[in-house]
Design a protein around this ligand. Structure first.
Ligand SMILES: NC(=O)c1ccc[n+]([C@@H]2O[C@H](COP(=O)([O-])OP(=O)(O)OC[C@H]3O[C@@H](n4cnc5c(N)ncnc54)[C@H](OP(=O)(O)O)[C@@H]3O)[C@@H](O)[C@H]2O)c1
Length: 374
């Protein structure tokens, strides 16, 4: 890969995996990681591995533009002079926005409109990323944006309140609808008569949309989203319970390990365009019933899957009601709602990605099979 790759969300699960795989494939790749805190342990560890870590905030478009365009050794004052030799624009960008940090902040401050507010924050950050990416269109070859399908559009507005999906969809629409177009300023000689045309590019044309499957890591999460952690029922069995029907297939992904594998494969292809087919980052579909059976078999536990009763998920969790709707959406329309998308075979990853079984085998599950009241 020739040129600078800028990773937004470099210290996170998705961005971290992208960096791991790009470095694996091209140890000398030029990678710049964006973070709000260049002194965090994760940032310092990335720097140790040769990643150029720069400070920028997705809430601040100017800081993102600097991160995408300018060498961090250049001061803001110098940038105002913008001399060609001090700028180095991104050739490739990977960006993942974060719904959950704002959501948790709004939850903790007692906001009743936490879902909507977190979506608004995510959309604002995403639009800043898009606007900043447009500032570097002269060098940009490929922009990979991590989004999700739109339950609202797929269901003709029946499933309209899945805020943690729809913000990402709005950002993708912003890439497309605004038709953000930037002349590169270069003149190209393009026809038999030697006539010159001003070259222009649209961000939408150099974009590929990625849809990340549900993280397999969620099977080990004891936080807001602990639905996929089997609970001891006090009778020698563990039970996982969600509103998903036992036969509903879902897309899962060992995100920290594998999303970078998908992104590096995507970066080796031509951009699909914002209206082109999204790429689903998932090794294969799987039902939660099958996941419980595999987890039980591999860890020597008796794990049952049960579909929860209507409105059961809402009890005891601030995300339960919305997550119940999400599983109902999967029951009704399937994970991607029948939208045409590209899978791992299409991008040459058959046999290379983790299976759920290999994910289980690589993790220690002891701490996740305790009684809930221990
Ligand atoms: N869990 C799932 O099953 C699943 C499935 C599909 C999609 N997703 C989506 O994945 C997204 C999260 O991605 P992730 O798991 O990679 O994140 P993560 O591990 O939680 O890390 C969040 C990353 O975002 C960066 N970040 C957050 N706010 C920022 C800001 N204002 N400016 C600059 N950087 C900022 C953080 O950087 P610093 O803290 O270093 O600044 C960090 O690198 C969520 O939106 C979620 O909806 C999750």
């Amino acid at each position: 890969m020739e040129g600078l790759l800028v990773v937004l969300g470099a210290t996170g699960t998705q961005g971290g995996s992208v960096i791991d795989h790009v470095l694996q494939q091209s140890p000398k790749a030029q990678i710049r990681g964006v973070t709000r805190n260049t002194s965090s342990t994760t940032s310092l560890a990335l720097r140790e591995r040769g990643i150029e870590m720069v400070q920028a905030d997705m809430e601040d478009c100017a800081s993102l533009t600097m991160a995408l365009k300018v060498s961090p050794s250049v001061s803001r004052h110098d940038v105002l002079q913008v001399a060609e030799h001090i700028t180095q624009g991104a050739s490739f960008i990977f960006a993942a926005t974060d719904y959950w940090e704002p959501f948790i902040n709004y939850l903790q401050s007692g906001r009743s409109d936490k879902w909507q507010q977190a979506e608004a924050d995510e959309v604002r950050c995403g639009k800043n990323i898009v606007d900043a990416a447009c500032q570097t269109l002269d060098t940009l070859e490929h922009f990979v944006f991590s989004s999700l399908p739109s339950p609202d559009a797929i269901s003709n507005h029946t499933f309209s309140n899945l805020y943690h999906f729809e913000g990402k969809v709005k950002i993708v629409r912003y890439i497309g609808e605004k038709g953000l177009q930037c002349p590169t300023g270069k003149r190209v000689c393009d026809n038999d008569f030697g006539e010159e045309f001003a070259e222009s590019k649209q961000l939408r044309d150099v974009t590929t949309v990625l849809w990340c499957g549900c993280y397999m890591e969620n099977f080990q999460r004891w936080d807001l989203n602990s639905y996929l952690v089997p609970k001891d029922n006090g009778e020698g069995k563990f039970v996982m319970s969600t509103r998903a029907h036992p036969s509903t297939p879902m897309e899962f992904l060992a995100c920290g390990k594998d999303v970078g594998l998908f992104v590096t494969a995507v970066l080796q292809r031509q951009p699909q365009g914002v209206d082109g087919t999204p790429v689903i980052a998932s090794p294969a579909s799987m039902t939660l019933e099958d996941a419980c059976a595999a987890l039980g078999q591999l860890t020597g536990r008796n794990i049952l899957y049960q579909q929860s009763a209507v409105e059961e998920m809402a009890k005891g969790s601030p995300i339960g009601a919305v997550f119940e709707r999400m599983y109902e959406f999967y029951n009704t329309y399937g994970w991607s709602g029948g939208v045409k998308a590209v899978g791992r075979e299409d991008i040459g990853l058959s046999g290379k990605t983790s299976t759920f079984e290999s994910f289980v085998g690589e993790h220690n599950w002891d701490g996740f099979f305790v009684k809930t009241d221990d």
